[in-house]
Ligand binder design. Sequence first.
Ligand SMILES: *[C@@H]1O[C@H](CO)[C@@H](O)[C@H](O)[C@H]1NC(C)=O
Ligand SMILES: *[C@@H]1O[C@H](CO)[C@@H](O)[C@H](O)[C@H]1NC(C)=O
Ligand SMILES: *[C@@H]1O[C@H](CO)[C@@H](O)[C@H](O)[C@H]1NC(C)=O
Ligand SMILES: *[C@@H]1O[C@H](CO)[C@@H](O)[C@H](O)[C@H]1NC(C)=O
Ligand SMILES: *[C@@H]1O[C@H](CO)[C@@H](O)[C@H](O)[C@H]1NC(C)=O
Ligand SMILES: *[C@@H]1O[C@H](CO)[C@@H](O)[C@H](O)[C@H]1NC(C)=O
Length: 562
Amino acid sequence: MAKNRSIKDAIISAALLSVGVDFAAAATSGWQFVQNGTSGILALEAIIVSPTLAIFFDRATNDPLEINGHPAWGALWNLETNTATPLDVLSDSFCASGSLLSNGTMVSVGGHIPVISDATDGRMAIRLWEPCDDPTGTSCKLFEDPANLHLAETRWYPSSIRISDGSLMIIGGMHERTPFYNTDPSNSFEFFPPKDGGVPRPSEFLNRTGPVNLFPRAFALPDGTIFMIANNQSILYDIETGVETRLPDIPNGVRVTNPFDGSATLLPLVPPLYTPEVLVCGGTNSTDQLPADELDSQFPASDQCSRIELTPEGIKRGWIVEHMLEGRIMPELLLLPNGQVLIVNGGQSGFAAFAGVKNAVGGESNADHPALTPSLYAPDAPIGRRINNEGMPTSEIPRLYHSVATLTPNGNILIAGSNPHAQVVNATEFPTEFRVEYLNPPYVTLARPTLRSVPAQIQFNSRFDIGIDIPDNLRVSSIKVALMDLGFSSHAFHSSSRLVFMEARLSPDHKSISVLSPPNNRVYPPGPAFMYVTVDDITSAGAHVMVGNGRAPPVEDQGIAL
Ligand SMILES: *[C@@H]1O[C@H](CO)[C@@H](O)[C@H](O)[C@H]1NC(C)=O
Ligand SMILES: *[C@@H]1O[C@H](CO)[C@@H](O)[C@H](O)[C@H]1NC(C)=O
Ligand SMILES: *[C@@H]1O[C@H](CO)[C@@H](O)[C@H](O)[C@H]1NC(C)=O
Ligand SMILES: *[C@@H]1O[C@H](CO)[C@@H](O)[C@H](O)[C@H]1NC(C)=O
Ligand SMILES: *[C@@H]1O[C@H](CO)[C@@H](O)[C@H](O)[C@H]1NC(C)=O
Ligand SMILES: *[C@@H]1O[C@H](CO)[C@@H](O)[C@H](O)[C@H]1NC(C)=O
């Protein structure tokens, strides 16, 4: 990695002693799994919508939590009390996607034809959760108006990301129920609010990546273009011209989108260059030409991580291959406020989806050998030494198909779900999992920096001050200020997840930090964020901020060009 893009160099202010932190050292002790509460519905999708709340969505089936006299398939998860409250959802949110918009509204899109009469067809659904100040959320409602507010095309298994004008871009999916592969594809992109008069844009990329192109992994890059991965292929998409440019395939025949899910993340963007790099881990090197019933739950998952720098030179170099400590199908890759990536969840063999392949476990799980010990990936460490699980705890709960993980405002990791079944099934190997657990980084139980007087809204390319209380025992040899979208977790992918480091200067009395916000709305698509400060690898709780003008999308370009 070039010197000028190293996280340490960019973030440690010149005023501080440039001692730096050994990235791997933080993993040596103190990580813990803590179970707390049950999710009430299967947590198949999860998104943090406020400092105190996450929303979970499931399929409309037989979940134990009830609302209006029928099973619920949406729930508010209260991060303070660790309890679930049912949410009144109209349409079937099975295998949907979503994100936050530039005005703070959460949008959930797509879904399925319900199997119970209490739900409506969710395939064209748009579900809105407006910003809600009630810490319990119980006075706020999910809004749906299927007759007037819907997608242009039916989409089950789509992805969606917030783009630089604050809108949602919705990518791919399928029209009808198909049991494993995408045999009835929605080979197009559309937007919310709509562009092009609401006419979806056909995609050659989606056309040629079937039948393993569900939940495409997509990223809004700092120049406003979109990088996408489906099956073993990748492209750059220019939203303004509609041009798709083919980029190198993932090496060694490894395929990474559903039902062969690996995961992918945009690595932290670091000033002053914000050079984009994408990391893809797991999936499978199986052929996509065999019928599902000739695939096997015991087929080893891929341990390959592939990383590409999305600059002309980086694209010429192509993907650089590394290896995880184990193979993983359906891992989650989670950005942490110190710039590392957590690798968690998934199975060491088999495939995503359920009841499709040979030797399905308990009759239904296409995956086996749960990966119970997370790893950390340190982007700045030398290749070959980036991944380790030293000091990492081992969970007793398999998290296979239909599980979620997300960083929380407090800075720990919420993990829930797992259901390799069509509905709630309890008495089997790999049952429907309701137990919620947190993976606590070491700092959760230590004295942490505390943020005070953080502005509620920050404009692009502007300097602002935050107050901070730093525990006396810290030497203060490094400070990192991370602006993060925590993403929408569905099917081993965190759409819209993002970490932008901000240049920061600590005052001589160590009581305040002067921070420079991202240069423009392409580096951080405008919308809500959590801001975390990490001092000597001890991370504060996050502060909720609105980035940009807070208006409804599409918003104009803001800030300065890079
Ligand atoms: C499954 O177990 C949960 C509790 O763990 C219970 O609430 C629910 O009723 C059970 N559902 C079925 C279908 O057995
Ligand atoms: C579970 O969460 C509740 C509510 O925040 C808290 O009071 C309790 O101490 C937690 N239990 C454990 C084991 O962490
Ligand atoms: C996919 O590509 C084939 C061959 O180019 C073409 O015939 C077909 O119409 C395309 N389908 C879609 C949905 O774009
Ligand atoms: C990607 O998959 C296609 C077939 O699906 C294969 O022909 C191609 O060689 C693969 N690419 C790489 C780099 O393995
Ligand atoms: C496919 O992946 C498995 C598991 O990682 C590995 O053992 C095997 O060598 C790979 N095959 C090829 C052709 O790369
Ligand atoms: C945010 O924008 C969306 C799209 O225009 C709109 O549906 C929603 O009501 C807006 N929310 C607020 C709080 O203005």
